[in-house]
Write a protein that binds this ligand. Structure first.
Ligand code: IPD
Ligand code: CA
Ligand code: CA
Length: 266
């Protein structure tokens, strides 16, 4: 395993332990609301602090971009951290959430870890060296028809700016696919796409920490990732389509008619 990935895995497992312990007694947690329907608990912060400590202990000069604490330092190496992706699920004892850690080097995704602590599933990828679930090599599915495809998504629940565009995509895709699923963790949705559990995935307006690690997993499993124009601006726009190469193209086509002028410009 690449030494930087080893450190990221150590950090993700440490955070996972904090999350698992807290999951035994959710009622005791202090929870605050960041926005409508957007909660953060002391677990998110404790997990994030643990991850940052481990990364900076190994690489004191590296830059950090973390959901709860923002940017720290400046370097060509930037770690992007979501300490708990799927907080709403976690707070409801719905076991679908993960720790997500990615490393960008000079703006290019280089290492990725997504750790599902409820199932002890570790998804990892290193650029050019493939994607893994525990020690099993991952490949995206070979499905060629959207009508047979199982598609993951996330729908708006805090910010409703693009609700009309989203509902158009939703109405169309529930008719054009074998099924749409909204498990509630974008990081795991992408990991599942890499693992061939989903044929594809799309969502509007995600943050870099939701998707950075998952994007590298999908690419290293032989899939494609793009924004709604099929270009590479997904980490910035947060608008994302991912899938095996055939389903990626068909999702891109199916989504295009529903884009508002604003979404087309992002
Ligand atoms: C959320 C999850 C969810 C997605 C949201 C994200 P959080 O992350 O990834 O699936 O639909 O847009 O914000 O807030 O639980 O870390
Ligand atoms: Ca998230
Ligand atoms: Ca989070």
């Amino acid at each position: 395993m690449h030494p930087m990935l080893t450190i990221a895995v150590k950090a993700a497992r440490r955070a996972g332990n904090i999350i698992n312990r807290a999951s035994l007694d959710i009622d005791k947690l202090t929870i605050t609301s960041k926005n409508h329907n957007d909660f953060v608990s002391e677990v998110d912060r404790a997990a994030e602090d643990a991850i940052i400590d481990i990364l900076l202990e190994a690489y004191p000069d590296h830059e950090i971009l973390a959901e709860e604490s923002g940017v720290r330092g400046e370097s060509e190496y930037q770690w992007i951290i979501d300490p708990l992706d799927g907080t709403t699920n976690f707070l409801h004892n719905f076991p679908q959430y993960a720790v997500s850690i990615a490393l960008l080097h000079k703006g290019v995704l280089n290492q990725a870890v997504i750790y599902d602590p409820a199932n002890n599933d570790l998804f990892t990828a290193t650029k050019g060296r493939g994607a893994y679930l525990n020690d099993r090599r991952l490949r995206v599915t070979k499905e060629t028809h959207l009508k047979n495809a199982l598609i993951g998504t996330g729908f708006p629940y805090t910010n409703f700016t693009h609700i009309d565009a989203y509902m158009g995509m939703f109405r169309d895709l529930i008719q054009k696919t074998a099924g749409l699923r909204r498990p509630g963790s974008a990081a795991l949705d992408l990991a599942y796409t890499a693992a061939g559990r989903f044929d594809g995935f799309f969502e509007i307006g995600l943050k870099p920490w939701d998707i950075a690690a998952g994007c590298l997993l999908v690419q290293e499993a032989g899939g494609l990732v793009g924004d709604f124009q099929g270009n590479e601006n997904y980490l910035k726009s947060g608008n994302i389509i991912a899938g095996n190469p055939k389903i990626f193209g068909q999702l891109l086509q199916a989504i295009a008619p529903h884009l508002s002028e604003e979404l087309k410009a992002q």
